[in-house]
Write a protein that binds this ligand. Structure first.
Ligand code: FMN
Length: 185
């Protein structure tokens, strides 16, 4: 796997986070990386709310799904939000706001890996509660939370999640998801 970018090869959805703070400079680089992503018409539909103060983090904790208990240990949580009208909307129904958020958020994850951090996106949360906690207008979709932290012991992890920390990456066979020259999928 050495032929892949090292950050791509290394990135995993880890949960064993240390409570060591992430410096403002490091966070700023991670967020700048997100904003360097391409986007339809350069619309930059991503909106990020970065939480790194105890009081702000505590406001998100009740919104996490039960299975995401581990994210309460993250010293940084990032709320990713967008609105469909912030990006290209084509007449055949193609909407690019979420797609462009995905591109930017992957940049963020890879820069975090480069900085020696774990960065783990989540769908398991109550978006209404997150919006309410931070007065995010109703018109936005809160699409993901990203938990960020330095690698830790993970003493708080369930047995299942402890095992997952060192599990092999699991992926569909490439011929199920990639075709060359003919649609064989
Ligand atoms: C949009 C999205 C939502 C996810 N939601 C959760 C989540 O709520 N809780 C969780 O533990 N992991 C979540 N994950 C992590 C995935 O389970 C993980 O990326 C996947 O199993 C592949 O593992 P890997 O990232 O280590 O390669 C999410 C990932 C993405 C991209």
């Amino acid at each position: 796997m050495t032929e892949l970018l090292p950050e791509i090869a290394k990135r995993r959805a880890n949960r064993a986070l240390s409570d060591t703070p992430v410096s403002a400079d490091t966070l700023a680089r991670i967020m700048t990386a997100a904003t360097y992503a391409p986007s339809c018409f350069n619309n930059q539909s991503w909106r990020y709310l970065v939480l790194n103060e105890a009081a702000s983090l505590a406001k998100v904790h009740p919104a996490l799904s039960e299975g995401n208990y581990w994210a309460q240990h993250a010293p940084v949580l990032i709320v990713v939000a967008t609105r469909a009208d912030l990006d290209c909307r084509l007449s055949d129904g193609r909407e690019y706001a979420l797609f462009d958020c995905g591109l930017a958020t992957q940049n963020l994850l890879l820069q975090a890996v480069k900085e020696g951090l774990f960065a783990h996106p989540m769908a398991g949360f109550d978006p209404v509660a997150v919006k309410s906690a931070f007065d995010i207008p109703e018109t936005y979709t809160v699409i993901t939370l990203v938990a960020i932290g330095y690698p830790g012991e993970g003493a708080y992890l369930s047995d299942k999640h402890q095992t997952a920390e060192t599990s092999a990456r699991s992926r569909k066979p490439e011929n199920e998801v990639i075709a060359y020259n003919r649609w064989t999928l």
